[in-house]
Design a binder for this molecule. Structure first.
Ligand SMILES: [Zn+2]
Length: 292
């Protein structure tokens, strides 16, 4: 088996051969580093953590605030916490549990126990799992109140920086995934949309005037039930990040999603292939780095 680094170089080689490298060489420098470098002034960084099958996204905003969206499964909790410590992050201004599934909130329990938090967001929906119960107990036990995650919540609204939620729009869904908090980051000219596990029903409800973004964190680990053609066209991203585990039981990302992204000429970055992927932007350019 190839190491992560080996696989990364193999992917770059394959992209070279396939002729799509020019898109990468234009904009994408994916030089693997052992540990993330410190954030520089004026930078926004978005870390798509490799938590296996799950999601965990750490955002270092240019206003020095810190946001964590999801924490992977319970077994990922220690590594998420370790990653925060490596960066010297000992408080979080915002914690967002996109929806109550274990692969999103499980690892947050350790984070909530160890790290002082500002605002904690979660959609208004409950789940009968032990993990959900433990997560709620941990948050409440630390004296935090849940803020409701839904379309229209504005977390940051500065001159060059806006962070808000575009979903959930509705209040009742059959599928828990569609309750996912969808977060939009806008810094100067750069837009990034983070979908949680939102599926087609939610994608269709989101205000299409707000979705255009250079970077799409594809919904539901690249499942065929997300990243619907109409939505993809509205977002019109240059890059898509897919957070999923190697050889996962769900077959994520599904070939249909990869085909849609491919025919839209979107460059795909997958945590199962690249490990943790770090996006750095000054509000104009985007650079990706891999953390081995
Ligand atoms: Zn999930």
């Amino acid at each position: 088996m190839l190491s992560r680094k080996g696989r990364l170089f193999l992917i770059i080689l394959l992209l070279l051969i396939s002729g799509s490298f020019y898109r990468f060489s234009d904009r994408l420098a994916l030089a693997p580093q052992e540990v993330p470098a410190p954030q520089k002034e004026g930078e926004m960084r978005v870390h798509f953590l490799d938590v296996g099958q799950g999601d965990s996204i750490l955002i270092e905003l240019p206003n020095a605030q810190r946001m964590l969206i999801d924490g992977g499964t319970r077994s990922a909790g220690d590594s998420v916490l370790g990653y925060l410590q490596t960066l010297g992050i000992d408080t979080l201004d915002y914690l967002i549990a996109t929806h109550p599934h274990e692969d999103h909130i499980g690892g947050l329990i350790r984070v909530v126990e160890d790290i002082p938090l500002g605002k904690v967001y979660m959609p208004k929906v409950v789940h009968t799992s032990k993990t959900f119960e433990n997560f709620v107990e941990a948050v409440v036990g630390k004296g935090h109140k849940f803020q409701r995650a839904r379309a229209g919540v504005v977390m940051v609204d500065d001159k060059d920086l806006r962070v808000d939620m575009l979903a959930p729009v509705g209040e009742n869904y059959d599928n828990l995934n569609n309750y996912s908090a969808v977060v939009k980051l806008e810094y100067k000219n750069i837009g990034i949309i983070l979908m949680g596990d939102a599926e087609t029903d939610s994608e269709q409800e989101i205000d299409s005037a707000r979705v255009r973004a250079q970077v799409l964190k594809a919904g539901h680990h690249g499942s065929r039930t997300s990243t619907s053609p109409g939505f993809l066209e509205s977002v019109s991203p240059t890059y898509a990040v897919i957070s999923c585990g190697e050889d996962n039981d769900y077959g994520h990302p599904h070939p249909e999603t990869l085909e849609r992204l491919d025919s839209a000429r979107v460059s795909v970055l997958r945590t199962d292939q690249l490990g943790t992927v770090v996006l750095t932007t000054d509000g104009r350019e985007i650079v990706f780095t891999g953390i081995d």
